[in-house]
Design a protein around this ligand. Structure first.
Ligand SMILES: [Zn+2]
Length: 137
């Protein structure tokens, strides 16, 4: 099926549930988790997301963790979801807290934020040490 055919099919879907069913049928196992929030330990992630979404006059929906963005179809789906208020994150970079299901950056991303924080004097609050759960979970 060509990208244009998929675009046409997507236009006919009425609800976001239909869109998710369609995505799962085309890119099986691509979406690994659907979460409501980022961990409270990383408030800037929520702020950035809200900022982006408000810029396109939408309400924040959910955070979707996915495998690689390695096909045109996945990129098309990503654009569609993004322009509906969702945010997509690679599951190589983010995972969910096993206790509360909120999204936490993995160690590689934590280190990147930490580095930026130091080199660019970035004013963001992150935990002093990385953990796979929230600090309060
Ligand atoms: Zn948690």
């Amino acid at each position: 099926m060509s990208i244009n055919e998929i675009k046409e099919n997507l236009k006919n879907l009425k609800t976001i549930e239909d869109v998710f069913l369609y995505i799962n049928s085309k890119e099986k196992d691509w979406i690994t988790d659907i979460c409501d929030n980022f961990s409270d330990d990383y408030p800037h992630l929520t702020m950035n997301w809200n900022f982006l979404v408000k810029k396109i006059n939408l309400e924040p929906q959910k955070i979707i963790l996915v495998n690689k963005f390695d096909t045109d179809t996945k990129i098309l789906f990503s654009d569609l979801l993004f322009t509906s208020g969702f945010i997509l994150k690679s599951n190589e970079d983010y995972s969910k807290c096993p206790t509360c299901n909120k999204v936490i950056p993995k160690l590689n991303i934590y280190n990147m934020i930490q580095e930026k924080k130091e080199s660019e004097n970035l004013n963001v609050s992150i935990p002093d040490e990385w953990k796979a759960t929230c600090s309060r979970c």
